[in-house]
Ligand binder design. Structure first.
Ligand code: ZN
Ligand code: ZN
Length: 445
């Protein structure tokens, strides 16, 4: 038996001894959802489990993030196992928190249990690995309170000294929580009816634009011609966005979702204020800029038609995700060892987004999807039913992947770093993120 196979057997035996507890941790957190940057109880629960393993644990990173490091022998590469802390706001979900409306409709609770489970397995073998493992719980993967961040893009700081960035991994990078980490793995639950396991999927990036139209109120019955109807200007812009969907190349996978809101006023008045908020998703940063420029022109066209004024705030949501193929290979091999190779997929393009895309710009990452859930992500039907598939099996193949990466002098980890070096430094990434936020104003367009 090879050395790696022996270490995997030891790690897997340790995980299986804790399998019920890992599944119970996933279930416990599923029933206690908290919104992004407010996952205090979730973080405390996760940190407490790591502390019980005798690990030194840092908390409060980017508000609620948790970090613990498991040292091996020597000073080889550091592999991060990442789980996300947050739920998303979806009040109609049957397990939504009645106070906040947060619900685990994206399955992040299972990620944390998988990370803790992998750590339980790896603690049995760390002394024979040539590097270290960082266990990281990251806040706020879902885009939450956008208005304060859009206000920041407009030049005003978010109130109350809140986080600079809307997504947690960007904030963790800004705080230096990933300093010294060389690569990162995160296993996300897939959708119901999806593949049993997939890896190497690419995901879109996204920009958020908020167009605020300002017109002039007037009596809607006696003298509507004296008003400037901001709601109709915004509505025309929304129609313009719909009319242009087919102008985007298929390979850019552009998605445009908008919400149109009438800000205030009475039914008998010409509306003087309206907001059109658009989520622009695309496969590459260049395609994001192209699609956002189309939205910008269309917004101006709506304002121009009515003689309204419009201000547009733009904010980077996520960078597109491209994982590291050599890292994906290792995760895939270990997943097949645990669950077999049937019903698995590789290299799809998904229209969704993740801030693992951001992390993937500064280090090699892998972001596989696992089974165990039913329903569609972000819907009231989404729920993890099989915690073994969602948390215990990922713990097994995450531990196996780390053993392959850091065993035998960490040759495999060094190979990954050679094949997929960081695309940019953390300061370059932070500069890119800040440069993609902007404020534009058009008066008398
Ligand atoms: Zn999600
Ligand atoms: Zn998610």
């Amino acid at each position: 038996m090879s050395n790696a196979a022996r270490l995997k057997d030891d790690a897997h035996a340790a995980i299986e001894r804790h399998a019920e507890e890992i599944a119970a941790l996933s279930d416990h957190l599923m029933h206690r959802p908290e919104p992004g940057y407010a996952e205090f109880a979730t973080a405390a629960h996760f940190a407490e489990r790591l502390t019980r393993m005798g690990l030194p644990v840092r908390t409060g990173l980017a508000r609620t993030g948790v970090l613990a490091t498991m040292a091996g022998r020597g000073d080889g590469p550091c592999v991060a196992l990442v789980g996300e802390l947050d739920a998303l706001t979806l009040p109609e979900h049957p397990l939504a928190d009645p106070g906040t409306g947060a619900a685990h409709a994206c399955g992040h609770h299972a990620q944390l249990a998988a990370v803790a489970g992998a750590a339980l397995g790896l603690s049995a073998v760390m002394a024979e690995l040539d590097g270290s493992v960082a266990l990281i719980a990251a806040p706020a993967e879902e885009l939450g309170d956008l208005d304060s961040h859009l206000d920041a893009a407009a030049g005003a700081r978010p109130s109350g000294g809140g986080p600079e960035f809307p997504v947690g991994k960007a904030e963790l990078l800004r705080e230096g929580a990933f300093d010294g980490v060389d690569m990162a793995l995160l296993v996300h639950t897939g959708r119901g009816g999806g593949p049993r396991f997939s890896v190497g999927d690419t995901l879109n990036g996204s920009l958020v634009t908020r167009a605020r139209f300002r017109g002039r109120s007037a009596h809607a019955g006696s003298s509507p011609w004296l008003g400037v109807n901001a709601l109709k200007a915004a509505g025309l812009a929304a129609h313009g966005i719909d009319a242009q969907r087919e102008t985007f190349a298929d390979e850019h996978a552009v998605r445009l979702n908008y919400l149109l809101a009438h800000d205030q006023g009475a039914l008998g008045s010409v509306p003087s204020a309206a907001t059109l908020q658009t989520l622009v998703r695309a496969r590459t940063v260049e395609a994001l800029h192209t699609a956002a420029a189309t939205v910008g022109r269309t917004v101006r066209a709506g304002a121009l038609a009515f003689g309204a004024r419009v201000e547009v705030d733009t904010l980077l949501g996520y960078l597109p995700l491209d994982s590291a193929p050599a890292l994906d290979d290792i995760v895939e091999r270990n997943a097949h060892r645990v669950i077999g190779g049937t019903g698995t997929a590789r290299g799809r393009h998904l229209g969704a987004c993740t801030d693992m895309g951001d992390l993937g710009h500064v280090m090699p990452v892998s972001h596989p999807y696992t089974g165990g859930a039913e329903g569609d992500h972000h819907s009231a039907d989404y729920r993890v039913r099989d915690h073994r598939a969602a948390a215990v099996e990922p713990a097994l193949y995450l531990a196996g992947a780390v053993i392959d990466l850091l065993g035998d002098g960490a040759a495999a980890a060094r190979h990954v770093l050679g094949e997929s070096p960081p695309r940019m430094s953390v300061p370059e990434y932070l500069a890119l993120r800040r440069a993609m936020s902007r404020h534009d104003e058009w008066e008398d367009v």
